[in-house]
Each structure stands twice: as C-alpha cells, then as structure tokens.
Ligand binder design. Sequence first.
Ligand code: NDP
Length: 370
Amino acid sequence: MAKKNLKRDVVIIGSGPAGLTAAIYSARANLRPLLIDAPADAHKQTAPGGQLMITTDVENYPGFSEGIQGPELMAEFRQQAERFGTEFLEAWINEVDLAERPFTLYTDEQTIEAETLIIASGASAKWLGIPGEAKIPAGFGGNGVSACATCDGPLPHFRNKTIVVVGGGDTAMEEATFLTRYAGRVVVVHRRDKLRASKIMQEKAFNNQKIDFIWNTEVEEIVGTDHEGVTGVKLHDLKTGEKRIFPCAGVFIAIGHKPNTDLFKGQLDMDEVGYLKTSGHSTSTNIPGVFACGDVQDSVYRQAVTAAGTGCMSAIDAERFLDHLPVAMPTGEEVTIEGEHISPDHRAIITADGHLIPNSPEIMAQEDCE
Ligand code: NDP
C-alpha cells in the first residue's frame, strides 16, 4: 500500500509539557502544527502525555495552588492544544532525514515533510542492566521489577511486602515515599553514603517510619521464581565487599532517566549522555529549522514547568524561522530560512551562495578604502 504523504510547516515530536506547549503556541500562531506521539507501550516506556502521566500529585506546577494530578494536568494541556487546531498523529517514527529541508519523517504508514521540526521526545527511565531485571520471560520485569511506582505500586503483589528501591535522587525518594502507601516496608539501596535528592525529599523519606536505607551498596542481581516473581536481591556492600541475598517481593529502579534521542544519532549534536545540544540563546539544534525543547535537551532542570517554557521558546523560534527572521544557533551565529549566516558579532552576513556582506559601518568603511 502506498504511504500517505503529509507536508506541514511545523511538526512536533512528543506530547509531554514541552511538545504540547509548542503545539499551543504554534497553533495560536496559525501554523497548524502536526504533533506526533508514540503509542502507549510499557516495554518501550512510551506514554502519550509523557512522564507526568505516571505521576500522582504535582504540587509545583504554577497556577494550581492545591496541586493537580499529573494525568489531569496533561489532559488540560492536550485540550488547550486541540482547541487552537493542533493535529495529532499517533505513530512510531522509524527514521528521520534531516539532511535537507523540508525534513522527512518516516512512519509505517506516512511520509511526513516538515519545514521546521520541534523535538520534544522527552526521556525514559534508566535501568541497571543486571541479571533478573529484563522483562519476562528473560527476567522479572513486569513480575516484581518496575521503574514506575505510580504505575505498578498499587498492584496486589506488593501489598504489605518488603520492597527495594534503588537510587539516591529525588525520583528514588518520591518512589519510596509513594510505595509506603502499599508496602509493609520500603528499603532504599544506594551506592553511596549520601543522597543526591533535595533536602525536602530526603527529610520526607527519613521521617517516614516505613522507609529504611542500606548505604554504600549495589544491587548485583534480582532473584526469584517464575511462579512467585521477585523473591530477593543480591546485594554487594562496597565498603566491606560482603555479598548477601536480601529478601523482598519487588524492586523499583529509580536511578534517573536518559533522553529519547536514538532516532537523531549521527544527525544532531548531542552530549555524551545523548541530550540534544541547543543554542544557549534559542532552542536551535545544529541544524537550522530543527529545534529541541523539554527533557530531551535539558539535563539540569528537568521540570514540567521548564519543559513547558522551552516548548514555548521552540514554537516562537520555529515561527521566527518561518517568517524569514534569524534564529540563534549553537555556534553563536544566526541563521535564516534562506541559509544566510550572520556572524556571532553581527559584523558580517554570509549569504546562502557564500558572499560576504559587511554588516557594520567599520567594515563597510574599510571596504570603501580598498
Ligand atoms: P538523579 O540523576 O538526580 O539521581 C539518580 C540517582 O541514581 C543518584 O543517586 C545516583 O547515584 C543513582 N544511580 C545512577 N546510576 C546508578 C547505577 N548504575 N547504580 C546505582 N545507582 C545509580 O535522577 P532523578 O531521576 O532522581 O532526578 C532527576 C531530576 O528530576 C532532578 O533534577 C530531580 O530534582 C528532578 N525530580 C524532581 C522531583 C520532584 O521535585 N518532585 C521528583 C523526581 C525528580 P549517585 O548519587 O551516586 O550518582
């Protein structure tokens, strides 16, 4: 069957706070954005709406003085994007070609041409890569091993049992605190003797009678049976070298996230972890017309509100670019849709066909003397 060919001025990948904010802004600017989000898949860790769909209380998103549930907040974002005419497409993108504009995106059923592309594909939970962690049948993933307490914590399997949480950051503290609603005891296993989590989250966990800590220890293996699922973890005390089996009914891995950028490898500049590099002065990537926002380009703040903020910036950047205005690139240059490059000091313009045009009175005066 022939593939459907779509052409759009603005294509957005991802439907978390960044992607949907980019959609709201570009739809209101009459750019008729197409937003592509991946179908929900537990194995690939995709959830339309992004990570807030697997969060409960969101207490720090401004504008909600009493807090709001993550899924409820994302439903509001989506309705707002729909209200201004965002077009939604649920599909896996198999490949992108960013070699020239319009950029081309390939799904199973469509070929999509995009004059500008806003990447808001977010980040996914990291795994330890130890025996027993993989999805069933290779391991106990889905049978006692999880990376999402809000998704799996309420399962009957964990009721009143001992649960291990691995990690020492805010995610680990949040998961551990949440799991005490269901578990009999939650034990946080951390590889150092200090937490990375914020003070407030540490205090919450330290003050919770149901949470204990095992310090300076790594989980080397998750053990269990097909019938019972997880029955314990093999711990390695990094100080004494001692190894032992610690009995538990579940393991929640909470060691951070990695950006979803595999699709762009070899085409867009990334840091060593895989976060997309953007200009400090805009959301431009190294390819003019490709912008990135939210967790896919933010290894520092990673908050819903900062994701929404950069989503807004991406939409404005794409709009400027389509309006033939220059956008700031990571090199410090500014580039227009025609391919003109303005030097970082704004003293020279190089046209698309390579001509240098002075952009400062001094350079012009020098040229007049020659
Ligand atoms: P972080 O990177 O902050 O923490 C990851 C933790 O996992 C660290 O303690 C790290 O140990 C540990 N770790 C990493 N790799 C391994 C490994 N291979 N084996 C064992 N332990 C490992 O990630 P988070 O997801 O916790 O937080 C990310 C960001 O999101 C932060 O900015 C955080 O503030 C924010 N956040 C905010 C929340 C809120 O405000 N409600 C909730 C959740 C996250 P080590 O310390 O030794 O490096």
